[in-house]
Design a protein. Sequence first.
Length: 536
Amino acid sequence: MKDTLSAFQTIGPVRHQGVKLGLFVLWLCLVSFMGWSHAFFSDEVRALSLALQGENVIEMLKAIHGEGHPALWYLLLRTAHFVVGSPVVLPLVSIGIAAAAALLLVLRSPFRWWMIALLLLSRFLLYEYSVMARNYGISVLLLFLLANYYPRYRDRGVLLGIFLFLLANTNAPSVLLAGAFLLYWSIDILFEYGFRWTQPLKTFLVNAAISAAGMATCFATIYPTYNDAALAPPEITLKLLVKAVLLPAESIPHMLWPGIGAVLSDIQIELLMSLMSLMLFGSLLGLIRSPGAFIAGLAALITLSLFFHLIYEGGYRHYCLGLVFLVSMYWTTRARGTKIELPVPGRLKFLIGPASAIGSTLMVVLMALQVPAGVNTIVRAALDGPPESRARDFSVFVASRSDLQNAIIIADPDNLLEALPYYVNNRTYLMRERRFGNWVKYTKNARLSIDLDDILAAARMLRMESSQPIIILLHEELDPSQPRIYQEFYNWKLVTTPEQVRDFLTSTRFLAQFAPALSEESFNAYFLDLPKPTEH
C-alpha cells in the first residue's frame, strides 16, 4: 500500500527525470505513428469545415452558433490553417496540444515515473485526446495547467481564471469541470481562512467572475442549437436519476476493452458497471485529506453522469474527462503537500490514513485498466486494422479513376460525406437538406425519411443540371427480397422496396465496397453514368 501511495508523492530520484522524458519520447513516437495511419471520421473533419466557414472570424462564429460546441477549437483550427494553409493542421494541432499536456505531465506533475507511464499509455491520452482530432484534448491540457499553477496562483493574479474561461469554451462537459474546480478552490480557501474577507477570497471571486464569463460565452455560442435532431432527452424518471448518480460508470465496459459489451450478457455488464462505479467513488478516498478536492471530484463525477444520462449520451472520450479531472485533483493536492485537519471525531481519525491509501490504490487500478485498450489501439494501427472511417480509402479509389475526378458525391446517410473534404475536392450534396455542403445540420426540419427513389431522383437531377458524373454512397446493404425500413443516424430513416432496389441497381454500376470501419462510416459506392449524347 505504501508503494501505491508513492505514485502520488513529489519526491523522487533525479535519475527518474530521464526515465520520464524517455516515456514522453516513446509516447510521442507512438502517437505520431498512429496519427500517420489514422483515418479521420466525420466529427473530426466537420470541425475543420466549420472553422473555415466565412471570410473572417466573425462570419465563422456566426456559422458555428448553435453547432453544439464552443468556439475555442474552431478558432485554433482557423488560426493554424491561416498560417499553414493546409488541412494537415487538423492532426498537427490535435497532437501538438496533446504533446504539450503530456510534457507538462512528465516534467511538472508530482507522480512517480510508473504512474506517468500508466497515464501516457492509457487509451485516452494515447489515442482519444491526441490522435483523434477533437476538442477534448484541450480540456486535458487546461486541467493539467490548472493543477500545475494552482499552488502558485491560488491567492494572486487572474491566470487560473483565464484557464477556467478557456476550459469552459472547449466543450460543454468541461463547463461542469470548470465549476467543479471553482468548488474545490472555494472550499480550500474556506478551510484555511474561514468565513471572513481575505485577499485569497477576493482573488477567488475575481477569478470566479472570469470563469462565469467563460461559461456564459459557451452558453451563448451553443444555444439555441440547430442540431435539434441530435438532442433526444429521455423521459426523466426517479429510476434514471438514481442510476445516473449511483452508476457513473455507464460507459466503463468500453474503457476496459473495445467491444467488450458484445461478448458479455446484460447481467454481466450491469455487474461490471456497478463494480467500476464503486471503484470510481472509492478512488475519491485518496483525496480525503483535502475536503475541497474530495467534494469537487465527487461533484464532477455525478454532474458529468447526470449530463450524459439526461442531456446527451456520452461515450468513452466524454466519461474520461472525469478521470482527467480526478488526475488533476490528485496532482494539485499532492503538489501542494498541505494537510488539513479534518473535522471528524478523534476516535475515527485513525481511519483517514487507511481510507486514503485504499483510494490511492483504486486510483492506480483505474488508470491501469485504461492501458490494455491503449495498447490495443497501437496493435490495431500496426496490423492495419479497421479504420475509424473509410473516407480515406474511398479518396484513394477516386484518385485512381480519371472519370471520377469531377464527380458529385451524394450519400445516405448524409454524414458519410463529412469526412471527405479532408481527402478529396469533389463537391458533395446533402440530400436531406437539398443543398451542396460538407457539413450536416442535424435538424428536425430536414427530410427525416427518404427512400431509394428519392436518392435516384436527386442523383438524376444533379447529373442533368451539372453534366457531371454522380457517385452514390450507401451505408445500408440493399435487400431486394422484402420492404425494409432502416433506422439511421438519430431520427433519420431510409425506406426501400424490392422494386426500388431493382430499379436502383439497374440504374447504377457498383464501384466498390469500403468496409468495415470502427464508426458507422463504411459504405458501398455506386456510379450513375452520364447520359449518352443525343443523336441528330
